[in-house]
Design a protein around this ligand. Structure first.
Ligand code: GLV
Ligand code: MN
Ligand code: MN
Length: 417
């Protein structure tokens, strides 16, 4: 690491910005920033200000994403799009998403300070909704940017936990949900590049600051409703019950068991709610989410089929009804070979001595949606604290942040496609 070239002051300032942005939170006790809340709008304003200070022209798109543009050295050049998301999961980590917005802003600020322009125009997209934690709308903002208003129309009726429809939340935030708009013209794009915290322990365990992403795993999310029969906790004999929660509990374990088959397959129940749950009432209705992912579509499809067949069998045996609705699906996305090579070359120039580590991503990223229309590349930054993410302990060191900025700046200066 001693031979690596980076500026520690840039790293310190960068972490300062990440921590400052995390203070724009829906919660007073943790970092939670969900789509279109007041904290989310404040963060949007702060990001726009940093983009302007970095010499960028800034606009906010129809769904609230912030887009900053820095023109190429010569007119008529294509656009290199970079970015990530500024919404978070509930009680999340400060770096997830934000790193991929603030790192390119830091690079453009440096180019601007030196009066440099590169071979392509740079556009930085701060995507307003990727986690989809409030309305269960993963990748809403990148889908809107890539595919236009048609891609989000069916989501507008979704409601948050308070029953507020998405369309109403958009209006309250000064956006017009009825506005029609076109998606990106892929012919204008040179590529999309996303920098992201690794969200796992690989780089940490191998003592590497940065890595090159090879591909991103496919994923689906389903909402499962289990309907049994509510009843008195003291009077209904155990064999006569149709307990929706006991059935759901068995289903959760079936998901865990089937998705423990190995390889890249993973399955998670992240939300489980008992409707009208009361201590002395047999649960009558339960809803839970099932998030299943795998590196390839076939493994994902087979696992999903088995999981829901097992859930149906459990429901039948216990005399409860089950309803399964797919709420989200995203295909696996390979990162373009030429971008992997260029990102690797930049990492190797900044951290000489070993070939850059290449690794796949189990987490989803906006890059998956951009991959539907252009070549994508991703750089991972080491995740501290044992590699935890979607967790308030998630962290990146000042030195690693500075190395990521140095490698991204090197990548931009060599970008001549
Ligand atoms: C995004 O964080 C995801 O992988 O769900
Ligand atoms: Mn995340
Ligand atoms: Mn993320």
């Amino acid at each position: 690491m001693s031979s690596a070239t980076f500026d520690p002051i840039i790293g310190r300032e960068f972490i300062g910005r990440v921590r400052e942005l995390a203070r724009h939170s829906d919660s007073t006790t943790n970092y939670t920033r969900t789509y279109l809340t007041p904290a989310h709008q404040d963060a949007s304003g702060r990001i726009a200000q940093w983009m302007r200070e970095a010499g960028m022209a800034v606009r906010v798109d129809a769904v609230g994403s912030v887009l900053g543009r820095y023109e190429a050295a010569a007119p008529g050049a294509k656009t290199l799009l970079m970015g990530s998301h500024f919404d978070s999961v509930r009680n999340g980590g400060a770096f997830d998403g934000v790193l991929g917005i603030l790192a390119p802003i830091a690079c453009v600020a440096e180019l601007h300070r030196r009066g440099e322009r590169i071979a392509v125009s740079i556009e930085i997209a701060a995507f307003a909704d990727e986690e989809g934690a409030r309305f269960q709308t993963s990748f809403l903002a990148s889908r809107a940017l890539v595919h236009g208003s048609g891609a989000i129309g069916e989501l507008l009726g979704r409601r948050d936990a308070e029953g507020i429809p998405l369309a109403e939340a958009m209006r309250a935030a000064g956006l017009d949900p009825s506005r029609e708009f076109a998606g990106l013209d892929p012919a204008t794009l040179a590529a999309y590049v996303e920098v992201h915290i690794e969200q796992g322990p690989m780089l940490l365990n191998e003592d590497r600051a940065l890595g090159v992403v090879t591909s991103i795993a496919a994923g689906t999310r389903h909402l499962v409703k289990v309907r049994g029969e509510a009843g008195h906790a003291g009077t209904v004999p155990m064999p006569m019950r149709h307990d929706a929660l006991a059935a759901a509990a068995e289903m959760v374990l079936a998901i865990e068991s089937r998705c423990s088959a190995g390889g890249s397959l993973v399955g998670t129940v992240g939300i489980l709610e008992v409707k009208d749950g009361t201590g002395n009432v047999i649960p009558g209705e339960v809803r839970f989410t099932a998030d299943i992912r795998a590196a390839d579509e076939e493994t994902l499809r087979d696992a999903s089929r088995d999981v829901f067949a097992r859930c149906e069998a459990i429901a039948k045996r216990r005399g409860v009804a089950i309803e399964v609705a797919k709420t989200h699906a995203v295909r696996s996305a390979p990162c373009a070979g030429w971008l992997q090579d260029r990102i690797a070359a930049s990492i190797e120039r900044v951290i000489p001595g070993a070939p850059a580590r290449r690794l796949s991503s189990g987490a989803g990223h906006d890059a998956m949606i951009l991959a539907e229309v252009t070549d994508v590349g991703m750089m991972f930054v080491r995740c501290g604290a044992g590699g935890v993410s979607h967790n308030p302990a998630e962290t990146v060191s000042e030195d690693d942040a500075a190395l990521a900025i140095a490698a991204l700046l090197d990548f931009l200066r060599h970008f001549d496609r």
